[in-house]
Ligand binder design. Structure first.
Ligand code: PLP
Length: 497
């Protein structure tokens, strides 16, 4: 299996190369040359296996330059009972009798679904570097809307041959997300706040990556940039696994029969998570509608409904900060697929986006888009009322991001009347956003995070993750704040270029 770029269909690189490089030199994203097939019999067979066995089988279809032994090694280091609390790794929770199952992806070390990919990525990267015999030291740059940063730091801390720099928008993360990052341990990591929002930070990181002068100076020093953001194929492929696995779990639990359709509803920001569901569907997992849930930053909802992607709008810092994004990177991979892999078309749309802040897809492409996706959004007040309602109805506590998905799903059912069993993807532990969750339950919060968590525990009886309690007493290691213009220089200084 080889990979090409969304902006150069003629390019061919191996999986190991795509993963070490992160992004193609002309700015495109790596995609597999074709998607492997999973037949219904394959799914039936996988239903009898453990999460790790499923992961190894699915990954082996994509990472064909990895040996079985290398894949087993990577997967078994990433997904352990110790890190995920259970060998099941993910959890399925049925809510009521009306065809709603919540897929919890946040039982990893940092309490957000990013762990599903970022516990594996460091091992994929280290192995990829061995495969292509790269002697370079890898420098991982991360732009984070909150959860990627911590999950990447935890995944990459003290990994030999790797340095990591995380940039987060100063006013764009929750207090717990910030504390998780600024107290991070590890000799090879640094964390820095940037003025502005996530889109600014992400754009600056992308331009650092593709800066030819910087790349050359790095090469002279034996350094190579790589990415832990979902532009990296190594982030996406582990996410395909949990969709395949969730379908297998529904089968194994007798909730569906082989071949029954299942909808998927995903709280979406950078479009990585829902894109993985789309790929799983194209591979043969019988998914129905893919419901793309946005918060008040509803650019994707509008795009799915009108075919116009328009960034010329206000950016809102909301109570679901990990989805506060206007430029959804992975949409590029979907559009590449929907437009028949016309690289010039992608290049021109993304040039328009850069120059005018918008682009428009033709009706034929839009038709394909709406055949697969339904877009809906859930505002801040609605998000809080969903948390309250779901808690009182099902005694189920959800975080703000998951609540956006639950809210969009309700709207979807109302609008379409579709009763198909739906997997609503749950992306964070409620304790990561304790303040908002408490206010949704009508509890006037205190400022103190530890007290807030204790209060939420008394109300919900949900266990407080030890990793979130621990950080309350850890010293702050990183407190720098820079402007986005200073980022490039900052990277150069830290690498002594
Ligand atoms: C990153 C994140 C999202 C958005 O996922 P994308 O893959 O960027 O669409 C949603 N919820 C939480 C909690 C996240 O951390």
């Amino acid at each position: 299996m080889e990979y090409k770029s969304t902006r150069n269909s003629g390019l061919r690189v191996s999986a190991a190369q795509a993963i070490t490089q992160g992004i193609s030199t002309e700015g495109g994203l790596f995609v597999p040359e074709s998607l492997p097939r999973l037949e219904l019999e394959d799914l039936e067979c996988l239903a009898g296996k453990t999460y790790n066995e499923r992961a190894i089988e699915v990954l082996s279809l994509f990472l064909t330059d990895f040996s079985d032994e290398q894949l087993c090694h990577c997967v078994n280091l990433a997904y352990t009972e110790e890190k995920f609390g259970d060998e099941e790794i993910t959890r399925l929770v049925q809510l009521g009798e009306n065809g709603l199952a919540v897929l919890e992806l946040w039982h990893g070390p940092t309490c957000a679904f990013k762990d599903m990919a970022l516990q594996l990525l460091p091992h994929l990267l280290t192995t990829s570097a061995q495969i292509i015999r790269s002697g370079s030291e890898r420098v991982i740059l991360v732009a984070t809307s909150g959860d990627t940063g911590k999950a990447a730091l935890e995944g990459f801390r003290d990994v030999p041959g790797t340095r990591m720099m995380v940039f987060y928008p100063a006013d764009g993360v929750s207090p717990t997300q910030k504390r998780q990052m600024v107290t991070q341990e590890g000799e090879n990591v640094s964390v820095c706040a940037v003025e502005g929002n996530f889109d600014d930070t992400q754009a600056a990181v992308k331009s650092i990556f593709t800066d030819p002068v910087l790349r050359e100076r790095m090469a002279e020093k034996g350094l190579q940039f790589s990415s832990a953001n979902s532009i990296n194929w190594g982030r996406l492929v582990p996410q395909i696994v949990y969709y395949v696995s969730a379908y297998c779990d529904l089968l194994a639990d007798g909730k569906i029969k082989l071949g029954d359709p299942v909808n998927v509803c995903v709280p979406t920001g950078n479009f990585g998570n829902i894109l993985a569901a789309y790929y799983a569907k194209k591979m043969g997992v019988p998914f129905g509608k893919l419901i793309c849930a946005s918060n008040k930053n509803r650019i994707l909802t509008d795009f799915i409904r009108t075919g116009v992607y328009d960034c010329n709008r206000d950016f809102y810092a909301t109570n679901s900060p990990s989805m506060d994004i206007l430029v959804s990177s992975n949409l590029e991979r979907l559009l590449y697929d929907l437009c028949g892999e016309e690289d010039f078309q992608i290049t021109s749309w993304y040039r328009d986006l850069k120059e005018t802040g918008r682009f428009e897809i033709p009706p034929a492409v839009r038709e394909k888009l709406t055949a697969e996706f339904w877009g809906g959004s859930c505002g801040e007040a609605e998000t809080l009322s969903v948390i309250q309602r779901v808690f009182s109805e099902y005694s189920y506590l959800s975080d703000t991001h998951t609540a956006v998905a639950l809210g969009a799903y309700e709207n979807y059912r109302e609008e379409t009347g579709d009763q198909t069993l739906t997997l609503v993807v749950s992306t964070a532990n409620p304790y990561k956003f304790t303040g908002s969750v408490l206010s949704s339950l009508g509890e006037p919060g205190t400022e103190d995070e530890a007290e807030q968590m204790a209060l939420l525990h008394r109300i919900s009886e949900l266990e407080i993750p030890a990793s979130l309690l621990e950080i309350q007493d850890k010293p702050v290691r990183f407190n720098r704040l820079i402007s986005r213009e200073e980022m490039k220089e900052d990277v150069g200084r830290m690498l002594r270029l």
